[in-house]
Every structure is written in C-alpha cells, then in structure tokens.
Design a protein around this ligand. Structure first.
Ligand SMILES: [Zn+2]
Length: 241
C-alpha cells in the first residue's frame, strides 16, 4: 500500500468502533477526504491533539485505492489554531464555515483555492475578532471557488443585460423584470450595495476580503440570500450561525 503525504485541515471527526475515529479533512492534494485514525480515542495515542477541529497539519495516509476512505498513518501539527478553539464565538463561526466547506465540496476533488481560502480564514481568526460579516463574505468566496458564482451582469434566465434589482438565489443570479414577473416567488430585490459587495467579493483576491467593511443591513441581506441559495442547492438547512 503506498503512503501519501498531504497538508490538510481537520473539518470534524466521529467516533468509530471502540477506540477509533473517522476524521474528515480538507486536504491540499485530494480535497475532502475521510480517514480512519486507528486507536485515536485511546488515552495514549500517536496523534495527540492533531485531530482537533481546524488543526492544520501534515498527514501521511495509506491509499487503499478506494479514493474515498483512507487510513491515517501519521499526522503532525503545522498550526494548531488553538486560539480559535479557545473562543466560543470563533468556534461557532468557524464550525459554520467548516460545515459549508464539507457540504459544498465532493470527496476526492482537490481545489487549492478552497484549501487556501480556509487557511486564510483560520489565519485571520487567530488574531482578529470574528464577525458574521467576515464569515458571510468568505462563504460568498467559497461559493465562487466551488463553481457557484452568481451571474450578476446579465439575466440568468434569458441573458438580457437590462437588469433591475431582482436576484434569484434559486437560479443563481440576477433576473430581468420580465423573467422575474413570470415567477415572482423565485426572486427578491437586493440593494445596490449588496450587488456591489457580491461582485467585489467574487472578483477579488481572498486575502483582501477582511478589508471589505459592509454595513449591518448589507450583512443581513447577504446572509438571507446565502441561506436561500444553500437550502436550494443542498436540499437541507445548514445550522445557522
Ligand atoms: Zn430575463
């Protein structure tokens, strides 16, 4: 069995059997993966605290040719992000983002953009205060990197460029007045400020996201449309922040 090394961030873990853990990671080389950590729940185990949520580490895994389930051989901490796990608000917000990553990404499909985005958020939260605004903007960027960037410069239905202010989260973008009137329950008006922030966030380098300072009203609007979009996309409601 070949041994493979990859950097990865711990998303979560579940108890498995008497003494093991099933850990879900977002890895640099393979995207989302699951790995069995044998004996990880024993008092003395070789993994130490490297399997705590949000830990950024270097893994050595056995490839069992399943490309879905791996066996964890070794994990070393690169950055524990303990400061995030020591702050209740940061745990709640980061867990929410982590669930979004887990829900939006298929197993075994790597994206260095998503990996770096998550790492960038963790690095930011290590030293800065958390806010729902930051998390929602990182979620917007996550949607973009996951292939779900909203179409904002023309009607998502008929491609018309003559747009009003109606956005349809279900269709994934703006709709013109004619298309909006055909199915009024599918779209709702968004403010120009929200449109500007969405366009900016999709386009900009994610390292610069913390520089955007949206108002509380804009954050509420973005939060609502992300909820509607994600519910439509995933068919389930994610735990709210
Ligand atoms: Zn249209």
């Amino acid at each position: 069995m070949p041994l493979i090394e990859t950097e990865a961030i711990v998303l979560n873990s579940l108890k498995l059997g008497e003494a093991d853990k099933l850990v879900t990671f977002y890895s640099h080389k393979f995207g989302k993966i699951k790995a069995v950590a044998k004996g990880a729940r024993k008092l003395k185990n070789k993994y130490g605290s490297s399997l705590e949520p949000f830990t950024y580490g270097r893994l050595v895994i056995y490839d069992k040719n399943s490309r879905v389930l791996y066996r964890l051989f070794q994990s070393d901490i690169i950055e524990s992000f303990q400061k995030i796990r020591a702050d209740y608000d940061k745990i709640v917000f980061t867990s929410h983002f982590s669930i979004c990553v887990e829900s939006l990404t298929p197993e075994g499909d790597p994206s260095s953009s998503i990996f770096n985005l998550f790492l960038s958020l963790l690095t930011y939260l290590k030293s800065e205060k958390v806010s729902s605004g930051i998390i929602h903007l990182f979620k917007v960027k996550l949607l973009g990197y996951s292939g779900y960037e909203f179409l904002l410069d023309k009607c998502v239905k008929c491609q018309a460029r003559d747009l009003g202010t109606q956005l349809s989260p279900m269709l994934g973008g703006m709709v013109c007045a004619t298309c909006a009137s055909k199915n009024p329950s599918n779209s709702f008006p968004v403010s120009l400020a929200v449109l500007a922030i969405l366009k900016q966030t999709f386009k900009m380098d994610h390292e610069l996201i913390p520089r955007i300072k949206p108002s509380e009203d804009v954050i509420q609007e973005i939060s609502h449309l992300l909820d509607v979009f994600l519910f439509h996309l995933l068919g389930k409601k994610l735990p709210s922040i």
